[in-house]
Structures are given as C-alpha cells and as structure tokens.
Design a protein around this ligand. Structure first.
Ligand code: DCP
Ligand code: MG
Length: 368
C-alpha cells in the first residue's frame, strides 16, 4: 500500500507549530465535519470541545495521506473518543450524522447567519436568538434593535462582504494601501498578513501590518481619509507590559477594522451593454472589501507579523508551546522569558522560532 515511509504517527507533535501544514489537505471530508462541530461548540461558548475538534482538524490537515481506516490515525495526537467517533462514521457512511445534525440545528443555522454580518459575534447572536429572532430578514425587520455603527455597515455592504476576497482583489487593494500609506509615511513597511500571506487564494478579509522604522509618526495615519467604514481602535499597549496569557488574546495595537471601496473595471458584455437605454449609473462599479489595518511599533514588528499571519490554530499552539514547554509568554507584541525575567527581542520571525527552540516554519506551512 502507498504509505509514506518517513511518516511515523507517534512522532507527530501535539503542537501545530512543530508541524508543517500546507494548504494541501487530503482529509477535507473529515476536517470540514470537525470544523462544523467546533463552530457549533463556539456558538455554545464551549471552548474546550471547540478546541478539541479544531486541534483534531489541524492534525488531519497535516497528514500526507487520506485517512481510509481507523488504523491510519493510530498513535496520532488529539484523537479523543468524540473525534474518533466522527472519523469512524465518515469512514463507514461517507458522512457524519452529528455534523449533519448540527447543520440542520435551528440555533446553529441562526448563529451562522447572524455571525456572517460584520460586527456581529456570538454575544450579539445570543441576544437576538433569545429575543426569538431566527433569520437576518427578521433582524432587519425588527426596528426596535439598536445596531452598532459596525453592524449597520455590515448590513449595508452585506452581499459584497459575504462574497469572498480573491487573491487578485487582495493584490489590487495592497497597491492602494501601500500607495496611500507611503504618501503619509514614505519609509513605512506595509505587509499583507493573514491567510493571503499563507498562500490562500481566497479570504474573508485582507490583513495588513504597517510599521514605520525610525521615530514614531504613525499615530495619525489611520485618521486620514481612505475608507468607506472605519472603526479605529487606539493602541492600549503600555511599555514593559507582560505578554497576555489568554488563549485567543486580542492585541493592543492601534488597528482599524475597515471596509474599503474597491473600484473594479466593469464587465463589458457588449451584446447587452451597448443599448442606448442602458443606464450606466445603475451599474455598481465597486466592491466593498473588509480590510484590517494594524499599526505596530518597529521593535514589535516581528511578533506582530507572526501573530497576524496565523493561522489562528498555529498561533494558539505557538503560545501554548511557549507557556508549557518553555516557561515563556508569547503574544503579538513580545516574548517574555519567565525564568530569566527578560523580554527577548526579535527582528525577524526566524529569531522568534529560535528563541522558542523551534525549527522555522514558513508562512505557507502554517495552515494548521
Ligand atoms: N489575529 C490575531 N489577533 C486578532 C485577530 C486575528 O492575532 N485580534 C490573527 C489570527 C489570524 C490572523 O490574525 O490567523 C488573521 O485573522 P483572520 O481572521 O483574517 O484570519 P485569516 O486571514 O487566517 O483567514 P481569512 O481568510 O478568513 O481572512
Ligand atoms: Mg484574513
């Protein structure tokens, strides 16, 4: 049988930061089911079971072959009973009845719709669901609801925002952001992070990291025009503050969850569009695109880049590894060595891996 000879299940690390995970997933059948289970637990705010399924998904994404028998997962980490039950059923039946139940569950379906709106998270969904609301149409029709500025923008540009961002759109936006930033800060470094840096061809948003070498003059950058919608979060980072221990820590950088207006060349379908009566004004020639802009001090750039490149699971495991294997605390700003009681400086991602005693993992190998 075509088994990869160098693959030894018992040597697979429980930490995804010690594995190389490309976008080449041989076990999508399984990982899709796990991600549905995980999302349902997230909606129920059951972090433990959510992480159990996300970790299992991440292990199967790393496997260099498709799982076809229970023997294939023998010795692998993160394969608890709940996970094994789902795998077994998919092997035998071709699909998971539990994942299917979730997809048909009323609460899950409502939360899935609600959280697809920019600015709506689990907390808001919970509130709407308790009020008896079930669909986005019902939410929109309820005039007693007080929507935040972010949620109003989310509904206004909903269709554009749920349609994913392509690599081509990311490249176009990248040029605009770079040009705009450089007119204010000529020496600034602008880097695409998130899924696109990991080689993904589509994403739900485009993440940028902006830093300015030399003296800090970037505070005003986000306050100058460029954006359709912009929610600026001021930096709350205080010098010498210890890294956060939270598993999904929100960082303290100045950042902006924005919606950008991307003008697109109109698709010119000459047989229809040349009509004299064709009203050009009615054709929307732009698309709303979600963009995260994160401004980082130059000394923290490497940590911010590592954190914002993700994947989320890769970041969680880096922090868990730092805490449990190295007695260090890692977040998007810094790495603190608790034994030595010092902050470890890093000018590149490679140096952070070295501080942690880890082999370097390339961005496209962080799709855990
Ligand atoms: N991130 C972070 N802190 C936050 C938000 C995100 O460290 N407060 C990190 C984890 C993510 C990365 O930034 O991996 C980018 O976040 P996204 O939610 O945009 O995730 P991706 O870019 O990986 O996926 P998508 O294609 O859905 O945008
Ligand atoms: Mg992203």
């Amino acid at each position: 049988e075509p088994e990869v000879p160098s693959f030894i299940a018992s040597k697979v690390s429980q930490y995804s930061c010690q594995r190389k995970t490309t976008l080449n997933n041989y076990n999508k059948k399984f990982t899709d089911a796990f991600e549905i289970m995980a999302e349902n637990y997230e909606f129920k705010e059951n972090e433990i079971l959510c992480l159990e399924f996300l970790r299992a998904a991440s292990v199967l994404k790393f496997l260099p072959f498709p799982v076809t028998r229970m023997k294939d997962i023998q010795g692998l980490p993160c394969m608890g009973d709940r996970v094994r039950d789902v795998i077994e059923e998919i092997i035998e039946e071709g699909e998971s009845s539990r994942a299917k139940e979730v997809l048909n569950d009323e609460r899950y379906k409502s939360f899935k719709q609600f959280t697809s709106v920019f600015g709506v998270g689990v907390k808001t969904s919970e509130k709407w669901y308790r009020m008896g609301l079930r669909t986005l149409e019902e939410v929109k029709a309820d005039k007693t609801l007080k929507l935040s500025k972010m949620q109003k923008a989310g509904f206004l540009y909903y269709e554009d925002l749920v349609s994913c961002v392509s690599k081509a759109e990311a490249d176009a936006v990248s040029l605009i952001v770079k040009n705009t930033v450089c007119t204010f800060l000529p020496d600034a470094l602008v880097t695409i992070t998130g899924g696109f840096r990991r080689g993904k061809k589509i994403g739900h948003d485009i993440d940028f990291l902006i830093t300015n070498p030399g003296p800090r003059e970037d505070d005003e950058l986000l306050h100058k025009g460029l954006l359709l919608y912009c929610d600026i979060i001021e930096s709350t980072f205080v010098k010498e503050q210890l890294p956060s221990r939270k598993i999904d820590a929100m960082d303290n950088f100045q950042k902006c969850f924005a919606i950008l207006k991307l003008y697109q060349p109109r698709v010119n379908n000459s047989s229809y569009n040349t009509s004299k009566n064709f009203d050009m004004a009615e054709v929307k020639d732009w698309k709303a695109i979600r963009v995260d802009l994160v401004i980082t001090p130059f000394e923290q750039y490497a940590y911010a880049l590592l954190g914002w490149t993700g994947s989320r699971q890769f970041g969680r495991d880096l922090r868990r590894y730092a805490t449990h294997e190295k007695k260090m605390i890692l977040d998007n700003h810094a790495l603190y060595d608790r034994r030595e009681r010092i902050f470890l400086k890093a000018g590149s991602e490679e140096e952070i891996f070295t501080h942690l005693g880890l082999d370097y993992v390339e961005p496209w190998e962080r799709n855990a």
